[in-house]
Write a protein that binds this ligand. Structure first.
Ligand code: ZN
Ligand code: ZN
Length: 399
């Protein structure tokens, strides 16, 4: 017996480099079978879905995300992980990398264990599929801790990070390049096949170049908690030196990401990033906290006991002093902001939320675009880019 066929029709298919209007997308046995021009006839026994003139998009892939719907991955329970992953699936994320904050080794191990449990359940009912953990905190520069708990920050030691890598769960690994121990961290991350990134850092060009030789290829949330020419001058004096910003702009092998919630970065910076870095090196991330899909109010960023307080004002998270404390939005919102407030074409915008993160994390042969044979992680979006339906491995999880 052949597996049932799903036909999504009356849609514009979003391909990595162009839109295909009047299209249909066929799914079978959890995979994409075909993307063709729409026709009136459909095979008998097919499940037909009318996209009502909207879009069919590959599911989104979020490499930097802390939680949602009241749960932070640092809560360290399987139920919290499921809650956050389900919330992000409703916003179109089908592959997710739960991201650590600063915190104690025990807290980080609890996150790893909880993520393993949920990943191994392999249930579409759990929402966005966990492709691995993003080990983000605690190895930040002391002067770039941002909204994370300062007490949970420290320099990397092999005794600590070796245990995280040994779980096999860490697929993305962040460390500030200037820290003592960073070179050993990058070596270990490379040995474990991680996508290596530098974030919450005040690194100079020279330190970035050294990190690059160690395998570092990405910078977290461009312009946020990262070095600039003035910040490197304040740290290292004159002559003024290049910073993380120049290093990413000048080096075609580097990628980065933006928090395109409309609150972190003004439209001209989003446009600048798209123009200067380009859709093949720029990722959209949510960096969202547990306040996603929760009413305005006070929340904890990170662990419920040792994390920091922030206020969700309806648009963004803010630390008590007023500085930014991560987003409260899903990737669908980032896609809408990028489309509405920059000249980037829709295929570029969707690429930055799907294929580009898939390529950077080594998943592109399996997912990230509408291509026959890839996983049927599929979204139907309305003409205004609202998420209408979500398929995970060909299973419809939201109607
Ligand atoms: Zn951050
Ligand atoms: Zn973050």
């Amino acid at each position: 017996m052949t597996a049932p066929l799903t036909v999504i029709r009356n849609a514009t298919a979003i391909l990595p480099d162009r839109l295909l209007p009047a299209a249909r997308v066929l799914l079978r046995a959890g995979r994409i079978l075909e993307i063709t021009k729409d026709r009136a006839r459909v095979p008998r026994d097919a499940v037909v879905v009318d996209a009502a003139g909207g879009y069919v998009s590959p599911g989104f892939i979020d490499v930097h995300v802390h939680g949602g719907a009241g749960a932070d991955f640092m809560d360290g329970t399987a139920e919290a992980v499921r809650t956050a992953c389900r919330a992000h699936a409703r916003h179109g994320t089908t592959t997710i990398f739960p991201t650590t904050t600063t915190g104690s080794p025990a807290e980080i191990h609890a996150l790893l264990t909880a993520c393993r449990t949920v990943r191994d359940e392999a249930s579409p009912a759990n929402g966005a599929r966990i492709a691995g953990v993003h080990l983000y905190g605690p190895f930040f520069a002391p002067d770039k801790v941002g909204c994370h708990a300062v007490d949970g920050r420290r320099d990397p030691t092999a005794a600590e990070f070796g245990k995280y890598f040994a779980t096999g769960l860490v697929r993305i690994a962040t460390c500030a390049a200037e820290l003592p121990g960073a070179a050993a961290f990058y070596r270990a991350a490379q040995r474990h096949g991680c996508f290596i990134t530098c974030g919450h850092s005040n690194a100079s060009w020279t330190e970035m170049a050294r990190a690059f030789r160690g395998g570092m290829r990405h910078v977290d949330h461009f312009w946020c908690a990262m070095s600039s020419v003035p910040s490197v001058r304040a740290r290292l004096g004159t002559p003024m030196q290049g910073s993380m910003e120049q290093f990413v702009l000048a080096n075609r092998a580097m990628s980065t990401e933006v928090i395109a919630d409309g609150e972190h970065l003004a439209p001209e910076l989003l446009e600048f990033a798209w123009r200067m870095i380009g859709p093949e090196r720029l990722l959209l991330v949510t960096d969202s906290s547990r306040a996603l899909d929760r009413p305005p109010g006070r929340y904890k960023f990170g662990h419920p006991l040792t994390g920091t307080d922030f206020d969700h004002d309806g648009k963004v998270g803010r630390a008590p002093g007023g500085s930014l404390a991560s987003s409260v939005m899903g990737l669908d919102h980032m896609v809408r902001v990028m489309k509405a407030r920059t000249p980037a074409p829709l295929c570029d915008v969707i690429r930055m939320a799907s294929l580009t993160p898939a390529e950077r994390t080594g998943l592109a042969s399996d997912r990230g675009s509408l291509e026959p044979g890839k996983r049927a992680d599929i979204l139907v979006l309305s003409p205004t880019l609202r998420v209408k339906q979500v398929w995970l491995d060909g299973v419809n999880v939201r109607r």
